[in-house]
Design a protein. Structure first.
Lengths: 134, 134, 134
């Protein structure tokens, strides 16, 4: 399998965990010392800060009835670096459909990650998100 | 070509038949005994029930002027089973653009299929669709 | 890398140049004698007419505050022809997010290209765009 295909598979899996209401499993795919820059500009340091943030976001989605949440990833570029890490850039389209209501596609995000190989898959060492329009 | 790439190619072809107003050719890609669970929960048994249903839907689209219909498939996961079939899970985004009108992206559907190999491509033995928000 | 993967990579790169405000670099990926049929039906002849057109469009986007522009490509089909060219058909979803405003996904376009190999990548010899609803 090509690097591009492996990275695509990783993202389908990781984003799918968010869609399937498994924020803890999503957070477990970050390295313990991972850096995360949210679309708001907030910087999170380490997996546990990332976990706390995604849990709060998930609670908010459930509480405010914004489910079903859904994420599409596309336009992926992936390249190996001499250091053995992978630089990946992708677009993510976030949308939600409240129960018995209309779909709303509400933001396109550009995602720049540094991934490190982990067995036959990857972990995220750093993630930088930028939302269009902000 | 990898399994993932072969399955992706199959779906681009099959969904494209819907977009190109060829519902009969679309239906021919189901096995004669295929099971289909629609987003409404209705269960269809066999290719001819599936064909009748897609023809009705296509008539409805034409009659009500909802064309152009368009389907995007993404976030595909595909895995071979010991029995020689393929389990495939994907997201489909359905949208339409009435003539001289605005695009409306109206639903995200989660599609779970069992495919069987058929020459260099596949046929659908079972399909289970769930629409976000329902 | 498969032909499909190479062509996908080319499009992610070329469309990304539009998104990253680099219309000149985008135009440089057409052959000098390229044909381009725009969604309006206008025919452009040669790279320099294509460049002039994309520059005008880019100016319009900047002037009217429609940035951030964003393009997704999907549903790609690619096949090699006996003549050594590549026929590629894809869907492109165009969207924009004005600063501090909501995302608008405004059109789905069907893109039919003839590509010619160029080193490890491609150039566009002809492009025919059709927008849904027109």
């Amino acid at each position: 399998m090509s690097l591009h295909a492996e990275v695509q598979r990783f993202y389908v899996h990781q984003l799918g965990l968010l869609d399937d209401d498994r924020p803890d499993d999503w957070a477990d795919l970050f390295t313990p010392d991972a850096d995360f820059r949210e679309v708001t500009g907030t910087r999170l340091h380490g997996r546990e800060e990332i976990r706390a943030s995604v849990r709060r976001r998930h609670e908010h989605v459930v509480t405010t009835g914004l489910d079903f949440f859904r994420h599409w990833l596309g336009m992926l570029q992936a390249s190996a670096t001499p250091a053995g890490t992978v630089h990946a850039r992708s677009y993510a389209l976030a949308m939600y459909t409240p129960a018995d209501n209309a779909l709303r596609v509400y933001v396109n995000v550009v995602c720049e990650d540094v991934l490190i190989p982990h067995g036959s898959t990857f972990m995220v060492r750093s993630r930088h998100l930028r939302a269009d329009g902000r």
